[in-house]
Design a protein. Structure first.
Length: 470
């Protein structure tokens, strides 16, 4: 899973009336906060509904979010969890509601002062990170002041910084509550009494289950009840799909000229270079999408007017934009934006690509094979060809014989044959290497993705039997 990471920044801040005080911005890998919920959602059959809700939720942990945005997002997670009747999803949504939020300057983050929509979330509030000053909240508000006591409580917490899922106190800086416990600790009426087992790490490349970890921002294909701040209204009504595609192109063209120093409005989401960016205090805070081929892009929504800003691949973004009827590629100019082109994974069948020297970052376009069918029937064949490659890759090792320039997957890593020997490049985080079917022409590509995303793409072609056809 690609991670939208926020670095820990240490800043020395001098006081006018006292000696300098060390203040740091306490942050986390926000995408990890909903990763297990998203896995459970996919396993429960939530499909394309899972990721948009996940992305909406984890962005509420950023410093610019309002005090109730996290609870509202947890309500969104809970609504789908109950719809799918998944006890595991319910518990994970309860835990997400208690995940600490980023602290801009080592102080505690205010609590929401309203009740949730779902009774399962009653009495739940976020923990704080241990590095925060538990007696001072954002805005220099002392304990006991507005927003410093959770909704429904009459006095400060004891111990300060605790939450129902971790009643002993605050948790370590940057830690995910879902990694510490599977028990939400409390819950209103309707909450499941069961304690789901902890979810496992990402499966190997040969995995065929959709329960595998998903990327931070696999392509959103469904809208949410509460869209993220990055969502913008399309300019048309009725059949909005084309307008969504054109709006996404305009955003991608605008993003190509942005830098970390570009002026911005608080809460604004954008892409700066290949990184996801949010405007905090009038300045963009960038968060890496992780290793290539993932990059930040604007995508068209599919079920209502609007766009979203997320981490995806150029190939996927271009395919989604083209599906709206918009022409001209990622930016409407016929070519990828300059900032994102380095991460492009678009390769036409039989296109020549020089093998990279050394153990460089993997490119999802590294290998393309021509499907054996043509015309409108190539999609199913593409799916079957991808399955055949994945089955072949499952038996490869680093010592398997290979032909120079050949690309493959070896043990979950991207592999390129250099001088008759595979050079392996590990996929980041919970991503794994897989062969995927192309969407607009016969062929396949090899990329770092998630088993769940690869499986969804293969099944969309009509191919059955999972990642390997078995």
């Amino acid at each position: 899973m690609v991670k939208l990471s926020v670095a820990f920044l240490g800043l020395a801040v001098a006081s006018a009336s006292a000696s300098p005080v060390l203040v740091k911005r306490i942050a986390q890998t926000i995408a990890d906060s909903t990763a297990k919920w998203e896995q459970a959602c996919l396993a429960a059959g939530g499909g394309e509904q899972c990721n948009p809700l996940s992305v909406t939720a984890f962005t509420t942990l950023l410093a610019a979010a309002g005090p109730c945005d996290q609870q509202d997002a947890a309500d969104g997670l809970m609504n789908l969890s109950k719809q799918l009747k998944s006890n595991e999803m319910i518990a994970l949504a309860q835990i997400f509601a208690q995940q600490p939020r980023n602290s801009p300057n080592s102080v505690a983050v205010p609590y929401c002062q309203k009740g949730p929509q779902n009774p399962e979330l009653n009495g739940l509030f976020q923990c704080q990170f241990v590095g925060s000053n538990q007696k001072v909240f954002v805005g220099n508000v002392a304990v006991g002041g507005p927003g410093t006591i959770p909704f429904g409580h009459n006095s400060p917490l004891n111990p300060l910084g605790s939450c129902p899922a971790n009643p002993s106190g605050p948790i370590a800086d940057g830690t995910q509550l879902s990694d510490l416990t599977t028990n939400p600790g409390v819950g209103g009426s309707g909450a499941s009494a069961s304690k789901p087992a902890a979810t496992s790490a990402a499966p190997p490349a040969a995995a065929t289950s959709a329960t595998a970890a998903t990327a931070v921002a696999p392509p959103p294909a469904a809208t949410t009840a509460a869209p993220p701040a990055a969502t913008t209204a399309a300019t048309s009504s009725g059949d909005f799909h084309l307008a969504n595609g054109q709006d996404a192109q305009k955003l991608n063209a605008q993003f190509a000229s942005l830098t970390a120093d570009s002026p911005c409005t608080d809460g604004q989401d954008a892409c700066v270079g290949t990184s996801f960016a949010q405007c905090v205090g009038g300045k963009f805070v960038t968060q890496s999408c992780g290793a290539a081929p993932l990059t930040c892009v604007a995508l068209p929504l599919v079920n209502k007017p609007g766009t979203s800003v997320t981490c995806s691949t150029i190939a996927d973004a271009e395919a989604r934009i083209a599906a709206t009827g918009a022409t001209g590629g990622l930016t409407g100019s016929g070519s990828p934006s300059s900032a994102a082109s380095a991460a492009s994974d678009v390769v036409e069948p039989n296109a020549a690509s020089a093998p990279a020297a050394g153990n460089s970052a993997p490119s999802s376009a590294a290998t393309t094979t021509t499907a054996s069918s043509s015309g409108s029937g190539f999609k199913l064949q593409n799916g079957k060809d991808a399955q055949a490659l994945n089955a072949k890759f499952a038996s490869l090792t680093a010592n398997s014989p290979c032909t120079s320039g050949e690309n493959a997957c070896v043990g979950g890593s991207f592999a390129q044959c250099i001088n008759g020997k595979f050079a392996l490049t590990q996929c980041s985080a919970t991503l794994t290497c897989a062969a995927l079917p192309l969407v607009n022409s016969p062929g396949t590509s090899i990329t770092c993705t998630t088993p769940a995303d690869a499986l969804a793409r293969i099944e969309a072609t009509g191919a059955t039997g999972g990642l390997t056809g078995a």
